[in-house]
Design a binder for this molecule. Sequence first.
Ligand SMILES: C[S@@+](CC[C@H](N)C(=O)[O-])C[C@H]1O[C@@H](n2cnc3c(N)ncnc32)[C@H](O)[C@@H]1O
Length: 395
Amino acid sequence: MTPGGRLSAAMEILDAVIAGEPAERVLTRWARASRFAGSKDRAAIRDIVYDVLRRRRSCLWSSGAGQESGRALVTGLLVQTAPQDLTLYDGAGHAPAPLGAEEEAGQRATLDEARVAVRCDFPDFLEPELRRSLDERLEQVMTALRDRAPVDLRVNRLRATPDQAAQALRAEGIETEPLADAPDALRVVAGQRGVAGSRAYRDGMVELQDAASQQVAAAVRAEKGMRVLDLCAGGGGKTLALAAHMGGQGTLAAYDANPARMRDLPARAERAGVRVTIADDGLLARMQGAFDRVLVDAPCSGTGAWRRNPDQKWRLTQADLAELVALQARILDRALTLVRPEGRILYATCSLLACENEDQPRAFLDRHDHALKGAERRLDPGPGGDGFYFCELLP
Ligand SMILES: C[S@@+](CC[C@H](N)C(=O)[O-])C[C@H]1O[C@@H](n2cnc3c(N)ncnc32)[C@H](O)[C@@H]1O
């Protein structure tokens, strides 16, 4: 495909997203229906779509258009990031039609005049809560979420040291660098697209995991021989990190209210060389008060990881947020029934919002006056990884 053809494809996909379809679904459908597109075309189109979604509001502003359309959003992205590429709108082949005089006149070269929610790309209803949560860091943090996330790996210490893993990856054309705050992390600096097909990945030497997620798993302080529960395991990224911290020894259980989300976990655990018990409600009922550590990686707004899931940013509503906050409190209360009296709960979210973060442990301690708060940390999204919050709770 030509560069102009890729722009047109991204516009078509974005039109469907604007009409309400999830981006991932539209991208898959488009790829199936467009056999002429090679893997490089598909990757490039996906990048354009996701770059736009991270900056959906400001792209519309930069385009100067009155109404959202795929064309307006892609134009806005180019105005912001690659104005020279607007010459690709020449109508040749599958390229977008040339810009009209009105379209050209409407373009805005800077975001200086835009309101903060437009300039920093977030929904209006979140502004008061973001201000309360981030205070003077609001613009810096929200700006960081307008760019792509880095690709980080977690080295599985049961299979290799970080040096050995870096060497194995280099032999396959994947260059990495160590990261200061996460000792098992490698940041991929070249060859990102080769990771999932690499031998190091297939042999369980490395897993794809954001560096801040790795810090959360380390904060659980799971040790060899312990009984550990990952109560919101999802795909099991943190479960596998916990297994590595436990040196593969002890009991590690993974639970999720939606068990289908854990579907791939047994195969991932096998690849990593660890054993994970997939828990159901019956097993949890038999293990009340039995766990040394319970990780509650709670369902949340995902605001701290919006770089990776920019579609979520425009779907979240005030009502969703209220439901999530209530659900988080219920899950924390359940965690309390599962942890040993001398054990520890680690409450974590990939949220930036105080209502899902600091407010939750505070409300938990009000409900359970015997419980105590331990270490608490907020990780802002940026070069170090996604945005996370975590807090230890002692029963
Ligand atoms: C933030 S995600 C977990 C991500 C996962 N820990 C990881 O590292 O990949 C939150 C998970 O909580 C699950 N969940 C939602 N309600 C729950 C509940 N009441 N009890 C347990 N898990 C729940 C969701 O299905 C979702 O998989």
